[in-house]
Design a protein around this ligand. Structure first.
Ligand code: PBG
Length: 333
């Protein structure tokens, strides 16, 4: 049986019918709003490459938490810009650093807000890499650096505990060092933080779409690139391997990042793991959409909702997105 008996258009005739048969729905509760707290600021500072997104002073944390909650968004992820940086990312372990302070403020203003903290040294190192550096073993060349995986993992575990102590509900390592999930779980448990969840940036690609974030978090690597630790965009099977390893190490949730060029990877990871899965609709994806909309090339709101729907359709349970507040408003929040 086929046409003219079969007519798929019948179910598209009214908005109500379309809503009835819609396979994928978005709600403000699906969004995690990323925020940048800068210890050196007294007032918000717009991020030039990300229209509508600011670096924030710690003093804005309380009112922001309330405004976000009022929109129906119940999760945030925090990034920090410290006053000073060094080779080892020392300020990342400062209990008075921007992230621990912002966590405490937000949780005291809105206790039910799910506060996640990104765990990585790149925001705190002067060289901007996601790991501590060491001279390449055996190399005779001067300043022949490599990222020291195991030394970095020790610092990340401490940072995870620090953020948990400050009140974070979820700690989220974004560095792509091997073994960091297991080490963080062990450190959290040893300090009594059995109930602090771990969201692993399990599948994170070395992507050009992080461009605007490097202005937002002031963390562009001063030399080289991140291809030695982040994944090759050409690889999909490796994503399953990374996801399985982090699951075995005790991750509570997994993430694929970026989202839009990796919808196939989201679908693959979804099919192979029963853990909740997030996807990061990254800075470049956000800025491209705004740039095109500002030039009248696309309708911003429609493109935004289509993008977010596609990420959920691919299999993500939740989306880290700079569109969170604007999308929640459109959804009636
Ligand atoms: C690293 C980190 C990055 C992002 C989140 N965590 C940058 C990078 O790996 O280069 C990118 C997020 C975005 O582009 O929106 N701490």
């Amino acid at each position: 049986m086929g046409f003219p008996t079969i007519r798929p258009r019948r179910l598209r005739t009214t908005p109500e019918l379309r809503a009835l048969v819609r396979e994928t729905n978005l709600s403000p509760g699906d969004f995690v709003y990323p925020m940048f707290f800068n210890a050196a600021l007294d007032a918000p500072r717009p991020i030039g490459s990300m229209p509508g997104i600011d670096q924030l002073p710690i003093s804005a944390a309380r009112e922001q938490a309330k405004a976000i909650k009022a929109r129906g968004v119940s999760s945030v992820i925090l990034f920090g810009l410290p006053k000073t940086k060094d080779g080892c990312g020392t300020t990342g372990l400062d209990p008075d650093g921007p992230v621990p302070r912002a966590i405490a403020e937000m949780k005291s203003a809105v206790p039910e807000l799910v506060v996640m903290a990104d765990v990585c040294v790149d925001e705190y190192t002067d060289h901007g890499h996601c790991g501590l550096l060491r001279q390449r073993p055996g190399s005779k060349k001067e300043n022949d650096w490599e990222v020291d995986n195991d030394a970095t993992v020790e610092v990340l575990a401490k940072m995870g505990v620090l953020f948990a102590k400050a009140g974070a509900d979820v700690v989220a390592p974004s560095d792509m060092m091997d073994g960091r999930v297991g080490a963080m779980r062990k450190a959290l448990d040893a300090e009594g933080f059995q109930n602090t969840s771990l969201l692993s940036y399990a599948v994170k690609y070395a992507s050009a779409f992080y461009g605007p974030f490097r202005e937002a978090a002031d963390c562009a690597p001063k030399f080289g690139d991140r291809a030695g630790y982040q994944m090759d965009p050409a690889n999909a099977r490796e994503a399953l391997r990374e996801a399985a390893l982090d699951e075995a190490e005790g991750a509570d949730m997994l993430m694929v990042k970026p989202a839009l060029s990796y919808l196939d990877v989201i679908k693959d990871v979804r099919a192979h793991s029963n853990l909740p899965l997030g996807a990061y609709n990254v800075s470049g994806e956000y800025s491209m959409l705004h740039a095109a909309a500002d030039r009248g090339m696309i309708d911003r709101n429609r493109a935004m909702m289509e993008v977010l729907t596609s990420i959920r359709r691919a299999g993500a349970d939740f989306i880290l997105t700079y569109h969170a507040l604007a999308a929640a408003e459109l959804l009636g929040g």
